[in-house]
Design a protein around this ligand. Structure first.
Ligand SMILES: *Cc1c(COP(=O)(O)O)cnc(C)c1O
Length: 395
C-alpha cells in the first residue's frame, strides 16, 4: 500500500472474486454489488461469455499496434456505430481518452471552418475525466484546484438550462461544440427535464455546433436505452463511451456521425494500445451479450422496480431530499453529508457509492434477479433509515 501514490482514500475492504452481482472478500464474506465498479460491470462479475472471450483471445493475439489492420477493431466499430447510430469510431482505453478525442475532434472541426480559437460549451456539475483537457472541461473546482493553468477554450453553462445556452449562442462567435452528459453521474445523478436534450440539439443545429454527449456512465444500456440521448431522440454528432463497454476490461470509444465522422485523419490522433484485439474481443462480446439477453430493456425494468421501492419507503422520511434516476443510474439525495454510508454499506453487505457529498449512488449490474433487486432496495432503505436516525438523535 505504502508504495502507491496516495490518490485514493480507500476503504479497508479487499475483494478476492465475484460472481454475478456478488463479490467476496478475502475472508469469504459476500457483498451485493450495487456499484459495479462504478458503472463498469454491467454484466456482473466473472460473466462466462466475457471471461471466455478474453481468455481465448489472450491465447491467440493480444496486441499488434494500429500499424496493421485489426479485424476485431473493425467489428467493434461496426457494432458500436450500429447501436449508437453513428458512422465512425475511434477506439481507445478509457473514458478520459474518449473525451480527449472528442475535444480534439471539435477543435479540428472549428479550425477547418476558419475558427482559430474554437470554444466548447461545457456544463456546471459535469465530470469528464482527470487528464488536463478533461479536467478543464469538468464542472467541479475540486478536481481542477492546483492544476492551473487549465486548458483554455471551454465556456461554462448551467446544466438543464437551454435558455442559458441560447444566450451563449447570441453572445459568442467562436463556439464549435457543446459537450454534456445526458444524465450527470458524478455530479449527483442529475436527470435533466424532458425536452432539454432536444432543445440542445436544436440550438446546435441552428448555430452549426457539434452536439457531443459524454455517455461514459449513462451509455451502454444503463438507462434502459442503448444510449441515454435516445430517450429524447436528440441524435448527437459525437458520442463517447467507456466504463461498461468492456465490463471491466479497459476500453473506450469516441464515435461520430455525418461531417464529424470525417474530421480525424491519419496523423491527427492515435493510441498505441487503443483498439487492440483483446480489448475489442471483450467489448464485442459485451455488446452481443446485452443484445442476446435483452439486458438493455431489463436495465430499464430493474431501475423502475428499485426506484419504486426506494420511493415507497424513503420519500416521506425527514432528511431525504430527493430520489431520482433513469434505469440503473439511481441517486438518493439526503439533506446531510453521508460519505460514511460507503463503509456502513460494507458492514451491511452491500457496495454502494456516495457522490456530490449527499447523494447515494447506485449503479448495479443489469443481470440482477428480481429478488436481488428487492434485496438491494431493502438494504439501501435500512442503511438510510439507520443513518437518518443516528443523525437526528445526535442533533
Ligand atoms: C468515469 C467518467 C469519465 C472518465 O472515465 P475514465 O475511464 O475514468 O477516464 C468521463 N466522463 C464520465 C461521464 C464518467 O462517468
Amino acid at each position: 500500500m505504502s508504495a502507491l501514490m496516495h490518490t485514493y482514500n480507500r476503504l479497508a475492504l479487499a475483494l478476492s472474486h465475484g460472481e454475478g452481482a456478488w463479490v467476496y472478500d478475502l475472508d469469504g464474506n459476500r457483498y451485493l454489488d450495487a456499484l459495479g465498479g462504478i458503472a463498469v460491470c454491467a454484466l456482473g462479475h466473472a460473466h462466462p461469455a466475457v471471461s471466455r472471450a478474453i481468455c481465448e483471445q489472450a491465447g491467440k493475439l493480444i496486441h499488434t499496434s494500429n500499424i496493421y489492420r485489426i479485424p476485431l477493431q473493425d467489428q467493434l466499430g461496426e457494432a458500436l456505430c450500429s447501436h449508437a447510430r453513428m458512422d465512425s469510431a475511434f477506439i481507445c482505453n478509457s473514458g478520459a481518452e474518449a473525451n480527449e478525442a472528442a475535444i480534439k475532434l471539435a477543435r479540428l472541426y472549428g479550425n477547418k471552418r476558419g475558427i482559430s480559437n474554437p470554444a466548447i460549451v461545457v456544463m456546471e456539475g459535469s465530470f469528464h475525466g482527470r487528464t488536463m483537457a478533461t479536467l478543464s472541461a469538468t464542472g467541479n473546482r475540486k478536481i481542477q484546484a492546483g492544476f492551473e493553468p487549465l486548458v483554455q477554450g471551454f465556456i461554462r453553462a448551467p446544466y438543464n438550462n437551454s435558455a442559458a445556452l441560447q444566450q451563449i449562442a447570441e453572445n459568442s462567435r467562436n463556439v464549435v461544440a457543446v459537450l454534456l452528459e445526458p444524465v450527470q453521474g458524478e455530479g449527483g445523478i442529475i436527470v435533466p427535464d424532458e425536452g432539454y436534450l432536444a432543445a440542445v440539439r436544436e440550438i446546435c443545429d441552428k448555430n452549426g455546433w457539434l452536439m457531443m454527449v459524454d455517455e461514459i456512465q449513462s451509455g451502454m444500456g444503463r438507462t434502459g436505452q442503448w444510449f441515454a440521448w435516445m430517450h429524447e431522440d436528440a441524435h448527437p454528432d459525437v458520442l463517447t463511451s467507456a466504463k461498461a463497454l468492456g465490463n471491466g476490461f479497459p476500453v473506450g470509444a469516441c464515435l461520430a456521425r455525418g461531417d464529424a465522422a470525417e474530421i480525424l485523419s491519419p496523423g491527427t490522433h492515435g493510441s498505441t494500445f487503443g483498439g487492440n484485439p483483446l480489448a475489442c474481443a471483450a467489448a464485442t462480446t459485451v455488446i452481443r451479450t446485452m443484445d442476446e439477453d435483452k439486458l438493455v430493456a431489463r436495465a430499464g425494468e430493474l431501475g423502475e422496480r428499485i426506484l419504486n421501492r426506494l420511493r415507497a419507503e424513503l420519500a416521506d422520511l425527514d432528511g431525504v431530499a430527493d430520489i431520482r434516476g433513469r434505469g440503473l443510474m439511481i441517486g438518493v439525495e439526503l439533506e446531510h453529508d453521508c460519505a460514511q454510508l460507503m463503509q456502513a454499506g460494507v458492514d451491511a453487505g452491500i457496495l454502494l457509492n456516495v457522490t456530490a457529498g449527499k447523494v447515494i449512488r447506485l449503479l448495479p449490474p443489469y443481470i440482477l434477479s428480481d429478488e436481488e433487486a428487492d434485496l438491494l432496495s431493502e438494504k439501501v432503505c435500512a442503511l438510510v433509515t439507520g443513518f437518518l436516525k443516528s443523525v437526528h438523535s445526535a442533533a
